[in-house]
Design a binder for this molecule. Structure first.
Ligand code: PAF
Length: 285
């Protein structure tokens, strides 16, 4: 196994990518905040299938955390992450500093209006502005042909697709499937915060979404299926439920109540708190 090269500055990154391009490579990119799990590794493998030179970034982006969120304690393990990325076939790991990504006095942000203010955006109003700002900056540094994001963060994925379309980045965006533990819990770096006992109950969020998706598929009214899902999540011991919502898969607009209209797509998304850990998940209907 060849160890992926680590670069920390934009100029080192760009000279490595220039060299790869000169030898005919196409560039696949997987942005991450580190603390990698199998879900991230599956995205690296997709990038490897779609391109000949894979770049991953590890950057815990301060602008997507609000004051009081877990920025300071966010799990970090650069050496372990680089070993996993290398084993998955990643060629180059970009680990920039905050100053590299946000040069002194930097005031330019990217904001995808509307879609960023729904669902998770209601509860974490800063979040998607931080995500689109950093992803746009990373895209400008890496200039990939293809970038891969997990469907676990479904709203993030759709917002990034929209940003790429609106700003004409010319990058193909691929959504990798959510990686789940055997009991259905979506893999997430934040699962590390769950106690053993919380972990046992945490899969209820996916079980509830899965059941609601089946109910909608057989013609149950959307609001009824969503109400049942909310009840199941709270009954399983989640301490707080931010939302369970049924939305159009592309625009993220809320769907009207009643049975799902013929030909109408539907995505169910949920966010709930298990103790002090906030979990999100989603499923296509
Ligand atoms: O999904 C993530 O890990 C982050 O939001 C991302 C896309 C790497 C931006 O910081």
């Amino acid at each position: 196994m060849q160890t992926a090269r680590i670069v920390r500055t934009r100029s080192e990154l760009q000279s490595a990518i220039r060299q790869a391009r000169q030898s005919g490579a196409t560039i696949g990119f997987v942005p991450t905040m580190g603390a990698l799990h199998d879900g991230h590794i599956s995205l690296v493998k997709i990038a490897g299938d779609k391109s000949s030179f894979v770049v991953a970034s590890i950057f815990v982006n301060p602008t997507q955390f609000a004051p009081g969120e877990d920025l300071d304690v966010y799990p970090r393990d650069e050496a372990g992450d680089v070993a996993r990325l290398s084993a998955a076939g990643c060629d180059l790991v970009y680990c920039p500093s905050v100053e590299e990504m946000y040069p002194d006095g930097s005031v330019t942000n990217v904001r995808v209006e509307g879609m960023s203010d729904l669902l998770d955006g209601i509860y974490r109003p800063h979040f998607f502005y931080g995500v689109t700002t950093i992803v746009a900056r990373l895209f400008i540094h890496v200039k990939p042909d293809v970038a891969v994001f997990g469907q676990k963060d479904y709203q993030q994925l759709q917002i990034i697709r929209r940003m790429v379309r609106d700003l004409g980045f010319g990058i193909e965006i691929i959504g990798g499937q959510t990686w789940r533990d055997d009991d259905g819990l979506a893999q997430s770096s934040r699962n590390a915060y769950l106690s053993e006992e919380e972990r046992q109950r945490a899969n209820a969020i996916f079980a509830a979404l899965h059941r609601a998706a089946c109910r909608i598929r057989i013609g149950v009214a959307i609001e009824e299926a969503v109400r049942e899902a909310r009840g199941h999540i709270l009954a399983a011991g989640f301490s707080r439920l931010d939302y369970v919502s049924a939305v159009d898969p592309a625009t993220l607009q809320y769907l009207p109540d009643g049975p799902l209209a013929e030909g109408q797509g539907c995505r169910l998304l949920a966010a709930a708190w298990m103790g002090s850990t906030r979990l999100i998940d989603n499923i296509g209907v």
